[in-house]
Each structure stands twice: as structure tokens, then as C-alpha cells.
Design a protein around this ligand. Sequence first.
Ligand code: IPE
Ligand code: IPE
Ligand code: MG
Length: 250
Amino acid sequence: MKAQSRSIRDKKFPAHIAIILDGNGRWATTKGLPRTAGHEHGSKSVRTAVYGCHDRGIAALTLYAFSAANWSRPKLEIDTLMRLCAEFAENELEELVRRDIQVTVIGDIDELPRRTRKATEALVEATKSCKGMKLALALSYGGRQDMVSAIRQIAIRARAGLVIPEEVTEESIRSYLSTGNLPDPDLVIRTGGERRLSDFLLFECAYAELFFSETLWPDFSEETLDEAIAAFTRRQRRYGKTGAQVAEAG
Ligand code: IPE
Ligand code: IPE
Ligand code: MG
């Protein structure tokens, strides 16, 4: 059976995959190369992940490419990562449009250097009517920062009488998050062996299944992706219920 047709029929297939792409620096260091070489190679894996998910019929993919905390890295490393983000947006625009992939950016886009901001804005604009997979690029993103921004917006609207505090709900909070138009991630994959979220989608990951891979991001392949999806399909998501209740509901 082809992966694409299976994804539509099998409700256990993840609709939204989110990836914390980690391990570029270590990949380079173990080869005696500068950390920036790891980022260069890692950008190939970004294409593997995006087109691999699209080929498998995944509805949404979020890639954690640069965290708000990553601004504290050395300037050369930041400059390299920002250039690679710009190059991805510039070079992949045509293929993303051809595949009908709709791109959004989550995170503080105003913090990005001009070329990266312009290139990502152009990509978002060019793909805004696309109806296929949703691709969210998390750039200068922080989960806590996103929640602070949502709470601030709600408080400002409450002060103006536009929001009634007693009527604030999980759903209304969600609509103020930068991920507002995306479903919650079903599966979070982190490469590089670390077992942490590093401030990624803290509100949205409440019930996400987590998959940690020892593979370093530049070595990420379709096999790593399939391994993570296969592990996901074997899990039972209980949302607080008992295993028997979930099995009975089918
Ligand atoms: C992921 O690789 C890239 C970003 C976080 C932007 P790292 O650069 O974090 O690689 P390691 O963790 O140092 O190996
Ligand atoms: C997480 O990786 C952020 C991204 C993948 C963009 P880091 O390498 O920055 O995370 P920590 O510092 O090890 O937690
Ligand atoms: Mg890292």
C-alpha cells in the first residue's frame, strides 16, 4: 500500500508532525569540521523532511529551525543559519508552490535579518493560497514568548472591553498563539539524542507523542522519518482514559 493512501485511511497516522532539528554542531565536530558545516549539511535534511512528509500525505509539518534562545550563539553561526533560512526560502519557492504546500512562519519575524525576513515573507505570500500540506517554519520562536504574547493581547483586549475575562477559554487562548491555524502536533520528532523540548510548542504539545532519535540532523533521512511514524502508529493515545476505554471506542 502506498504511504499516501494509507495516511488518509489510517487515523493513527500523524496529521501534524513537528520536528526539533538538532545535532548539526556535533555532526560537524565529530568530522573535524566547523559547526557551520553542520548547518550547511543540515539544510539538505530540511528538504528531505519537507518533501518526505508531503510524499507521505502528512497534513502539517512544523520545523523548529531557530529558537529565540539561539540568538545567544556566536555571530558567525547565527549569520550562517540566517543565510541558510533565506536560501531555503529562495531556492525552494518554486517547488513548494508546485507541490501546493502552504508556508507560514511562527516566531518573531521582526528579529530576522532583512534578507531572511524578505525571503520568508515572499515565500509565505507566494504559497498563501496553496491547499496541500501546511508547513510552519519556527524562526526566532519560543513557546513561552508565544504564550506571553497571547496573554498580553488578551489582557489588552480585556482592558478595552473587547474580551470578557470569564469567557477566556482554551480555544480562545489558542487563537492568539502564532500556531492558531494549525492543529496540535500529533508527533514531535527530535534528532540529535537530547530528550527535551527546548521551549518548543509548549501549549500545543500537551498530548503530543514524543520520538527521540539518536540520528544527528544532517544524517536525517526518509528512514528516520518512517521509523518515527511507525513508532507513532504503535502507540495508544489515551488522553487520560484507561487503555480499555480507548480500545473499546476503537
Ligand atoms: C541544530 O543543531 C540547529 C539549531 C539549533 C539551530 P545544533 O547547532 O543545536 O547542533 P548541536 O546540538 O550543537 O550538535
Ligand atoms: C533546539 O535546539 C532549538 C532548535 C532546534 C531550533 P538547541 O540545540 O538550541 O537546544 P538546547 O540548547 O540543546 O536545549
Ligand atoms: Mg543543539
